[in-house]
Design a protein around this ligand. Structure first.
Ligand SMILES: Cc1cc2nc3c(=O)[nH]c(=O)nc-3n(C[C@H](O)[C@H](O)[C@H](O)COP(=O)(O)OP(=O)(O)OC[C@H]3O[C@@H](n4cnc5c(N)ncnc54)[C@H](O)[C@@H]3O)c2cc1C
Length: 115
């Protein structure tokens, strides 16, 4: 959001209640519509380079029986692939972009209201 505001020349600052950017967590699947948003910010290639394109997905139950299979990447329809990336890598890419755009992030700051 802050990066899009910057694109339309509106200033933005980020307030984060925690004391650091949360780098915890495993992989994150960004499906094509999410990738299209990130493409608008010029981040598509960097995300693909740091992740893996996901072509198909299979849902299984605890007994390993297949419940459903579906296509994640449909380039004809969405022009961007679905990508699986570590949360830490995605955070780093976004933080670098915020830094590049001089958008300040204030850690340890709790939003208590909007005037
Ligand atoms: C196990 C798991 C796996 C998932 N896998 C996927 C996946 O593969 N693909 C996918 O698209 N989605 C996935 N999701 C969902 C995804 O993580 C969430 O939809 C997404 O993080 C929501 O983003 P958000 O910005 O709305 O909220 P959050 O990510 O929760 O961000 C809110 C932020 O605001 C901060 N905050 C809260 N209150 C205040 C305050 N008063 N002042 C300042 N800061 C504050 C919090 O610290 C936090 O950093 C998964 C979720 C889980 C739990």
């Amino acid at each position: 959001m802050a990066l899009f505001l910057k694109k339309i020349r509106q200033s933005a600052e980020i307030f984060q209640v925690t004391d650091t950017s949360n780098m915890l967590g495993a992989g994150l699947n960004i499906i094509s519509n999410g990738m299209l948003v990130l493409k608008e910010l010029g981040l598509e290639n960097e995300i693909i380079e740091n992740g893996s394109i996901v072509k198909d997905g299979v849902f299984k139950n605890a007994k390993d029986s297949r419940l459903a299979k579906f296509r994640f990447t449909n380039l004809k329809k969405y022009q961007s692939p679905a990508v699986n990336i570590k949360r830490k890598a995605l955070h780093r890419i976004l933080l670098d972009k915020l830094n590049e755009e001089n958008i300040p992030i204030h850690f340890n700051k709790k939003l208590s209201g909007i005037r």
